[in-house]
Design a protein around this ligand. Structure first.
Ligand code: SAH
Length: 373
């Protein structure tokens, strides 16, 4: 990790600093142990917002949009894709899935789209309407407040679906399903989805200091054994930035998804991996990250959230290993990663990691479970 003061709150706070852990709060509020599918993303209601409302509806607060807009890797890539490929947009009908402030819709309108439907389920839809008006695009952009799964689109078909749906570890939040739903319902046969390609990668890092601070800490807290919390903390992937000097092995592609063709079931998978050590070192964690591509552009455009690329608000996802692996150059960690939607809350992701190292200094074979929530 680059900075131990970063993201002290845990694994999934950066994009959700206004609250994402709806399960705990909702449980407390209702006594129910289960959840509505997407209570945190799309809470209706026009009354004045309180902090509790924001907790359930983080996308209604401008802070989360500020963070996304200021992620220039993210936002500039979308802007370049649109402004440098106006041939894709001229005269076309566009659907912006999860429009937020409306930024992608504004880019599309400026690039010459015939009409843009900007669908946003949070209260931010009201702001998007004002923003569209203030910038003189009311004729071209129609903001629709509601869930994609529930709205009536005024047209039967669209030519382009654009969305920024990616969550931590790519799949956390499960907004991909919403994009696939929109694609299957409204996209014309020759239509395009932007982005159209997303890939998940895995690598292994040395991370002694941070593992000590975040995981082993619980073994001895002011002289007391709190190792029951260690068990929980190791199960929660940590979202944080990894320094590229920590990388010990190659980076392995786990899974590529073609957003224009895949089904929602394809987002649950088991992928094998082989990570070969590029130097003698200790391994404390595996690290996952993703790339997205817009391959229909004149020149393929995209961005990576990997540790060797400029940081984004997605950072990387760190999965700590129970034991430290002592690995020699050329030896490999082989295994598989299984990724699945959580059955109780489909926005959460369950990860199973199987790995083994048959090395000169470490012989180990293990299965570990992780939960992104
Ligand atoms: N397009 C904006 C916002 C991206 S964040 C930008 O690039 O800055 C994703 C947005 O999708 C959030 O504002 C969230 O409220 C919205 N969203 C998530 N699920 C949705 C659904 N099912 N229907 C409509 N909007 C949704």
């Amino acid at each position: 990790m680059q900075n131990s003061t970063m993201n002290e709150a845990g694994p999934t706070k950066s994009r959700f600093e206004y609250g994402d852990d709806d399960e705990t709060i909702e449980e407390a509020a209702t006594g129910s142990s289960n959840l509505d599918e997407d209570s945190s993303m799309c809470e209706p209601g026009d009354a004045d917002k309180t902090s509790a409302d924001y907790y359930f509806d983080s996308y209604s607060h401008f802070g989360i949009h500020e963070e996304m807009l200021k992620d220039v890797v993210r936002t500039k890539t979308y802007q370049n894709v649109i402004y440098k490929n106006t041939f894709l947009f001229k005269g076309k009908v566009v659907l912006d899935v999860g429009a937020g402030t409306g930024i992608l819709s504004l880019f599309c309108a400026k690039a010459g789209a015939k009409h843009v439907y900007a669908v946003e389920c949070s209260q931010m839809a009201d702001m998007a309407k004002e923003i569209v008006k203030a910038n003189g695009f009311s004729d071209v952009i129609t903001v629709l407040k509601g869930k994609i799964e529930e709205i009536d689109l005024p047209v039967p078909q669209v030519d382009i679906i654009i969305s920024e749906w990616m969550g931590y570890f790519l799949l956390y939040e499960n907004m991909l399903n919403t994009v696939l739903y929109a694609r299957d319902k409204w996209l014309v046969g020759s239509g395009i989805v932007l982005p159209d390609n997303a890939s998940l990668y895995l690598t292994a890092i040395e991370d002694a200091e941070y593992k000590e601070d975040k995981i082993e800490f619980w073994n001895n807290v002011y002289g007391f054994d709190m190792s029951c919390i260690r068990k929980q903390s190791i199960m929660e992937p940590l979202v944080d930035t990894v320094d590229q000097n920590q990388i010990v092995t190659n980076c392995q592609l786990l899974k590529t998804m073609d957003i224009s063709k895949m089904t929602s079931g394809d987002a649950s998978f088991t992928a094998p991996f082989k990570l070969v050590a590029e130097r003698d070192d200790y391994i404390h964690a595996l690290v996952a990250y993703f790339d997205v591509l817009f391959s229909v552009c004149h020149k393929t455009t995209g961005f990576s959230t990997g540790p060797r690329s400029r940081n984004t608000h997605w950072k990387q996802t760190v999965l700590y290993l129970e034991d430290v692996l002592t690995i020699c150059e050329g030896e490999s960690i082989v295994g598989s990663m299984t990724v699945a939607q959580n059955k109780k809350n489909p926005r959460d992701v369950d990860i199973t990691l199987k790995y083994s190292l048959n090395g000169r200094r470490s012989v180990i074979s293990k299965t570990q479970q992780y939960k992104m929530r």
